[in-house]
Design a binder for this molecule. Structure first.
Ligand SMILES: Nc1ncnc2c1ncn2[C@@H]1O[C@H](COP(=O)(O)OP(=O)(O)O)[C@@H](O)[C@H]1O
Ligand SMILES: [Mg+2]
Length: 305
């Protein structure tokens, strides 16, 4: 469904900024993929290449049967009809109602107005906003705005949904709601790629067996489970024990692996309580990690510091 072969993308006058470096990957229909990696790793660039907002310097990209290098400009809108996109900062029209924000995305398809409104309302219903159809987008809360953005992305029933840091502006509870919605959209058959550096999202993904692709300075790295578990331990160690509530003291007892805390048996996403997953605040960024005493974490886990 999506295939990249030896794709590279550079920026800067002399191409000195390497955003993607010889990336090859394949994503099948119906997959739920987490694309993780620190800021600047190339996550957004990869998503932009997939919906033809950028072109690669080299390599080939096939999406839904199209070779993007051969796709004429006039065909791009047709490709994009099958790809829904959600951004961190929502990108809604604040003066319009939730319904109109979603309807606008469907208008380009030339459907009858009644059908458009029905579809828009049904997409908003799926994200739990059936009662807020007429609310002005600018007056909705962050969680509601993000849900409108998702409704807009899925209203056209795209084959692929791309979400770029969709939880960056959401608190842990809203992040869980959003994951639940994405989970449902995927269950209905949409292939999903979520670019994220949110540990809570990665923990949920690990729990549910979503595929996890790691990017680091433009390269796909081997499954990064160990890498983000290290991050999770780091954050856990930075939080005073009483803040962790009922979460086992993962960073203090060498016999208690971090896997234990995060992969505690949970029947469904609904039951993943924020305090069990929210080892980091949503929108966790690397700059915050710099204040963490790394050596404490390492030695607490029985590893050399
Ligand atoms: N339009 C651009 N012009 C110059 N540099 C860019 C541009 N877009 C991205 N980059 C650079 O490419 C690298 C990857 O960026 P990006 O794909 O946005 O990473 P991520 O989404 O993982 O944070 C970064 O070094 C970034 O500064
Ligand atoms: Mg990005």
């Amino acid at each position: 469904m999506i295939a990249l072969e030896h794709v590279s993308r550079r920026y800067g006058r002399a191409g000195e900024i390497v955003a993607l470096d010889d990336v090859s990957l394949e994503i099948d229909e119906g997959e739920f993929v987490l694309l993780s990696g620190p800021s600047g790793a190339g996550k957004s660039t990869l998503l932009k290449l997939i919906f033809a907002a950028e072109r690669p310097e080299s390599g080939t990209i096939r999406v839904l049967g199209h070779d993007l290098a051969r796709l004429r400009g006039s065909s791009v809108p047709f490709l994009r009809r099958n790809i829904g996109v959600v951004f961190q900062n929502f990108r809604l029209l604040p003066g319009l109602s939730a319904l109109d924000n979603v309807a606008i995305a469907l208008e380009v398809r030339g459907l009858p107005r009644r059908v458009i409104r029905e579809r828009a309302a049904s997409a908003l219903g799926l994200v739990g906003l059936a009662r807020r159809l007429e609310a002005r987008a600018g007056w909705l809360s962050a969680g509601e705005q993000q849900r409108v953005a998702i409704a807009r992305a899925i209203a056209g029933e795209p084959a692929i949904l791309l979400a770029d840091e969709p939880t960056g502006n959401l608190d842990p509870r809203l992040t869980l709601d959003l994951l639940q919605i994405l989970f449902e959209v995927n269950r209905r058959g949409t292939t999903i790629i979520v670019a994220t550096h949110d540990l809570q999202v990665m923990a949920a993904g690990a729990r549910h067996g979503w595929r996890h692709l790691g990017l680091e300075t433009g390269r796909i790295v081997a499954p990064t489970r160990h890498q983000w578990l290290d991050d999770a331990e780091m954050v856990a160690a930075a939080v005073a024990p009483h803040d962790l509530g009922s979460v086992p003291p993962i960073a203090h007892d060498p016999s208690h692996s971090a896997d234990h805390a995060i992969f505690a048996d949970q029947p469904s996403l609904h039951d993943l309580m924020p305090e069990q997953l929210a080892l980091a605040p949503s929108g966790y960024d690397e700059s915050a990690a710099e204040i963490v005493p790394l050596h404490v974490v390492r030695s607490a886990n029985g590893r050399p510091s």
